[in-house]
Design a protein around this ligand. Structure first.
Ligand SMILES: Nc1ncnc2c1ncn2[C@@H]1O[C@H](COP(=O)(O)OP(=O)(O)OP(=O)(O)O)[C@@H](O)[C@H]1O
Ligand SMILES: [Mg+2]
Length: 333
């Protein structure tokens, strides 16, 4: 596809970057429930974009719309330079999707799943076999290739799922919660796979519940809440919009705790834990000032921790649910 058909984004420095995904006012409702209430996205080609949001926020709905599995009720979207409504076939040819809805057939082997995919993409038999062999090798599935996919572990199934997506050589990949349910090692393996895709120039659109994952992988992150993008930016930019940085001092001696409380003034107290929280940007200068104030009174804390805002703080601040970090999963998808 000629790159001239891709929509471009002016970066202010005179250079233009092509957009892999752009949407304006994307809307979707189920009955009287508005799931997406006007979503604007601009995702540069070759970047990693993470869509964050609590359960039921509409992440999968957004992925399904952008990958042509369902249609939006309103708004416009272009994916890989093609209008979603006018030319869904062209969009489909340029993208790959793996997600909460697996494509893997458990009854046949991993290799057969791959060859089936090659057939769907109209590859010749020889080319289908070659691509399958390469991808099985790349995703460390050679040993398991002749076993039924149902016998694979969660991590192996995810790898097979991504390998199947890559058979069509997509330029844009949608990954809906690619690491949910994976153990830490498999999660890190998946991150490595995603980084390699990006190094190959693939644009990755991922949804995740893990803020650490977005922090680790994404160039840009958007937080979906109440049908809208509540905030968008790099991980660093998002962290800057929330307060939450503090120094926490814990004492074992109640007298020392009370003395520190008197010495420090403006603090948040936790009488039960004998802990004090002092707002701080985490800089050495602020830390020293706290310690200096303690030193003048000769009080020593038993434990000192510095907390800088992380994406969890951003998430809870924006989605307004500081007390319930994990809502139960809904079954409706
Ligand atoms: N086919 C459908 N019919 C009716 N309601 C639906 C349908 N699909 C999704 N919904 C509703 O739309 C909302 C958004 O669902 P969606 O699956 O997009 O959320 P999500 O952000 O992916 O959540 P999760 O983190 O649990 O995967 C939910 O309230 C869900 O119940
Ligand atoms: Mg989902």
């Amino acid at each position: 596809m000629p790159s001239s058909v891709m929509p471009t984004s002016s970066r202010g420095d005179g250079r233009q970057s092509t957009l892999a995904v752009s949407t304006i006012g994307l809307r979707k409702s189920y009955g009287d429930k508005t799931v997406l209430d006007g979503i604007d996205l601009r995702i540069p080609t070759g970047s990693v974009f993470a869509l964050l949001g609590p359960n039921g926020a509409g992440k999968t709905t957004a992925v399904k719309i952008l990958s042509t599995l369902i249609t939006a009720d309103g708004g416009q979207a272009q994916v890989a330079g093609h209008d979603l409504a006018a030319d869904p076939q062209a969009v489909r040819a340029a993208i790959g999707v793996t997600g909460q809805f697996f494509a893997v057939d458990g009854l046949i082997t991993g290799e057969e799943n791959m060859l089936l995919m090659a057939d769907l993409h109209h590859l010749s038999r020889a080319r289908g076999r070659r691509v399958t062999a390469q991808l099985l090798e790349r995703f460390d599935l050679v040993e398991a290739a002749k076993k039924p996919a149902a016998s694979y572990s969660g991590g192996m199934k995810r790898r097979l799922d991504i390998a199947m997506t890559l058979v069509g050589d997509p330029r844009i990949i949608f990954l809906d919660e690619p690491t949910t349910g994976l153990d830490p090692r498999s999660r890190h393996n998946m991150w490595q796979i995603i980084r390699e895709l990006v190094a190959d120039g693939v644009t990755v659109f991922l949804t995740t519940q893990y803020l650490e994952e977005a922090d680790e992988l994404a160039d840009r992150i958007a937080v979906l809440h109440d049908g809208r993008i509540a905030a968008e930016g790099s991980a660093e930019e998002l962290k800057r919009i929330v307060p939450g940085g503090h120094v926490r001092l814990r004492f074992t001696d109640p007298a020392a705790y009370r003395a520190a409380l008197a010495a420090l003034g403006e603090v948040t107290r936790d009488d039960e834990a004998l802990a004090l929280q002092i707002p701080s940007d985490g800089s050495q200068r602020e830390l020293r000032s706290v310690l200096d104030r303690l030193d003048t009174t000769g009080i020593e804390a038993d434990e000192l921790t510095v907390h800088t805002p992380d994406l969890d703080d951003v998430f809870f601040a924006l989605t307004g649910d500081a007390t319930v970090p994990h809502q139960p999963k809904e079954n409706v998808r």
